[in-house]
Design a protein around this ligand. Structure first.
Ligand code: GUN
Length: 289
């Protein structure tokens, strides 16, 4: 079987267009513009690029973006103050604290993330939102797993009763994937570095979500004919080329559906950030509890 490629660029374009249409409809009703605030502390070049891309996509969709740039030596109190100010600003719907923080504050990242008001938590990283997700209540969901679910929808196949094997148990991908797949009535196994005989599990899987961060880790002998394979990995190979966690060529000969890296999950992450900003907007405008 040769896999069909689930095109993340195309799906993300669709999501961005949908958001743009919804924002335009709000404007047409005379409603205020949704607003995303991004906090960027320090001068990590990769973070600066991510943030610029987020601003560009906001501009495309008509969402206002507000940038709070802080120096690399920003103090804990100063950062807390900025978060507090944005929490209290009724014009701000979403707050994104770009990670990683400068070295001196890195160990405090969970503390800062918890200070963001849960109804402005567009990353879905707040413990309350993680709890709400586990309970099946409306909540912003971490953008990457949210984007994976949107890509799975594109396959047009029900997940009910299917066996999904998630490789990687991170707070940002593996664990929310478990909840989201369960919501769709899949049977889910979350595996990790200590899992014994992983290949025996993945060979039975109807859906494989590879999110461990090791180039070409998922090989063809680990994949069942006709499986759906979603590659969340972003690694650099020996030549410096961006590559996923899946050995794409051979695996795409067996799978029914597969994503590429780049061009798969990556473009979805930013699109789902827009979705989350609109969800927070709806909560603030009283459309959602
Ligand atoms: N840095 C890299 N990816 C992310 C993300 O999804 N959210 C935040 N806040 N920071 C990041």
């Amino acid at each position: 079987m040769t896999a069909r490629i689930i095109d993340g660029k195309q799906v993300s374009r669709k999501v961005k267009e949908e958001v743009k249409a919804r924002v335009a409809a709000l404007a047409a009703e005379g409603r205020r513009q949704p607003c995303l605030a991004v906090i960027l502390a320090g001068d990590d070049p990769a973070s600066a690029i991510y943030v610029r891309n987020k601003q560009k996509v906001c501009a495309f969709s008509g969402i206002q973006s507000m940038m709070k740039r802080l120096p690399a030596d920003v103090s804990e109190t100063e950062l807390q103050e900025v978060i507090k100010e944005l929490n209290e600003d009724p014009a701000v719907d979403g707050i994104l604290l770009q990670l990683p923080l400068p070295e001196a504050l890195r160990s405090l990242e969970p503390t800062f993330l918890e200070q963001i008001s849960p109804d402005k938590d567009v990353d879905g990283f707040h413990p309350i939102n993680i709890g709400r997700l586990a309970l099946g209540l409306p909540a912003p969901v971490a953008c990457t797993p949210f984007g994976v679910m949107r890509l799975l929808e594109e396959c047009g196949e029900s997940l009910e009763g299917k066996l999904a094997v998630v490789i990687g148990r991170s707070h940002t991908v593996g664990k929310p994937m478990l909840q989201l797949l369960l919501q769709k009535n899949a049977t889910v196994i979350v595996t990790h570095s200590r899992t014994k005989d992983l290949a025996t599990l993945t060979r039975q899987a109807d859906v494989i979500i590879a999110a461990l961060g090791k180039a070409h880790f998922v090989t063809a002998d680990m994949v069942k004919d006709g499986a759906i394979v979603i590659d969340v990995g972003i690694n650099r190979d020996e030549d410096g080329k961006v590559t996923g966690d899946v050995d794409f060529g051979p695996v795409s000969e067996k799978a029914a559906y597969i994503t590429t890296v780049p061009g798969g999950v990556g473009p979805m992450t930013i699109a789902m950030l827009l979705e989350n900003t609109l969800l927070c907007y709806a909560m603030h405008e009283g459309n959602i509890e």
